[in-house]
Design a protein around this ligand. Structure first.
Ligand code: MCU
Length: 408
């Protein structure tokens, strides 16, 4: 099987590749290794380099800029998204580098090899592609962390992304281990989830460089379950070339909000919280450790992370396992939905919590919902994605003290 070679010398557009203390003020565009934004960074106000955080028990307002300006237009919301991305990187996930100086790719026997080089260092990693038996090339594709835990949809290629190889997640001793850190250094601020998102972006770079891989890079989804579901949500948030994000049973660090989970824990729930999760794996930046016992001071929550995906497709798949905080997840994603509502596409986000099955065992009674999202976003069909269901309740008055505008 012939292999093809392609290369690119497009320089990185990232302004920040490491966090110093205090973190540098960077352009609003630094967080998105992407192009699909209609707003140029120049029109967005920069965050101050040093911020004094104020406690807020409620979920943060998605439609007020850090400087107090109200978001009334879609362009301004793009600025708010860039600002929230920057804040999330500073205080929780670490800095996302952009495209490295060199990215080259080769393809042989369904294996795509991605080579990245920057500042005299280089790494190489592979993903494997499983092609569908129906449909026609170039195919849409879903990048699955650890292969993912969803059934492969008809007509869609599945790309097996070994995220553990990019950043390890065995225990807290895994910090700084993996190919990302071989390239950027063991002390890089990026937690594992940011490192994985960077890896996903490089996979898409490589696919763009490699037409012989027969993947349509305008129709890319991402998925993962549990810890890898957290990662899938972060990838969808940071990489705008992803048109459908499918986090499955992601729990704390994914579709759950830190504030709601802390509250439910205070009410006696057996639920994972920020202060608990940092003792498990290096999914977050070490900077987050300073905030896990003062969650109300965080200038965002995970509704903000999810809102970075709007107006692109997001279908959140959840179970009813206490530890994963399904009530927190439902509330958090209900608050996030405001972003899609404000942008006039409320059904580009779906939420489905169906329990009574093993962790990461996708149940057949969620299949038609998943299919609706896949067909709409990856197969360009017109389907009904008005899906927002849970066994749990959410009280907006307890958590939301802002209103959802209609953005012009
Ligand atoms: C839901 O994701 C995690 C959870 O955060 C951990 O506390 C638990 O140990 O493992 C879950 C998971 O990744 O399961 C595969």
């Amino acid at each position: 099987i012939p292999s093809t070679q392609a290369s690119s010398t497009i320089p990185t557009t990232t302004l920040v590749t490491s966090v110093t203390s205090p973190p540098p003020a960077s352009s609003a565009s630094s967080s998105s290794a992407t192009r699909a934004t209609s707003t140029s960074a120049a029109t967005c106000s920069a965050l101050p380099g040093s911020i004094s955080l104020k406690a807020n028990a409620k979920l943060n307002d998605l439609f007020t800029m850090f400087n107090g300006d109200k978001v009334t237009t879609k362009d301004k919301f793009a600025c708010r998204q860039a600002e929230m991305s920057e804040l999330i990187q500073r205080y929780e996930l670490g800095t996302l580098p952009g495209r490295p100086a060199t990215v080259t790719a080769s393809f042989s026997g369904n294996t795509l090899t991605i080579n990245c080089g920057d500042s005299g260092k280089s790494i190489s990693f592979t993903v494997t592609i499983t092609y569908p038996s129906s449909g026609s090339a170039p195919y849409p594709a879903i990048i699955g962390y650890g292969g993912g835990s969803l059934p492969a949809p008809a007509g869609v290629a599945m790309i097996n992304f070994n995220n553990d190889n990019i950043a390890a997640q065995v225990n807290t001793g895994s910090r700084g281990q993996g190919k990302f850190y071989d390239l950027y250094g063991k002390s890089h601020s990026a937690g594992a989830m940011t490192a994985w998102a960077w890896g996903v972006s490089r996979v898409i770079d490589a696919l763009e460089l490699t037409p012989s891989a027969r993947i349509d890079t305008t129709r890319i989804g991402v998925t993962g379950c549990s810890r890898n579901g957290k990662g899938a949500m972060v990838a969808g948030a940071f990489e705008k070339r992803i048109v459908l994000t499918l986090p499955q049973e992601s729990g704390a660090g994914g579709s759950a909000c830190w504030r709601i989970s802390d509250y439910l824990k205070s009410q006696g729930a057996n639920i994972q919280t920020a202060s608990e999760i940092i003792g498990e794996d290096p999914w977050f930046a070490t900077a987050f450790n300073s905030y896990v016992n003062q969650v109300p001071t965080l200038p965002f929550d995970h509704h903000s992370l999810a809102a970075l995906i709007a107006p692109r497709g997001l279908f959140v798949i959840d179970n009813n396992i206490d530890w994963l905080g399904p009530q927190s997840c439902f509330g958090c994603m209900t608050a996030a939905r405001s972003a899609w509502q404000a942008l006039g596409v409320p059904n580009n986000i779906g939420y489905s919590q169906i329990g009574s099955h093993a962790h990461c065992a996708f149940p057949s009674n969620q299949q038609s919902q998943l299919t609706a999202f896949v067909q709409k976003f990856l197969l360009n069909q017109s389907t009904n994605t008005a899906i927002f269901q849970s066994d749990f309740t959410f009280s907006p008055s307890q958590w939301v003290d802002w209103t959802t505008p209609t953005l012009s």
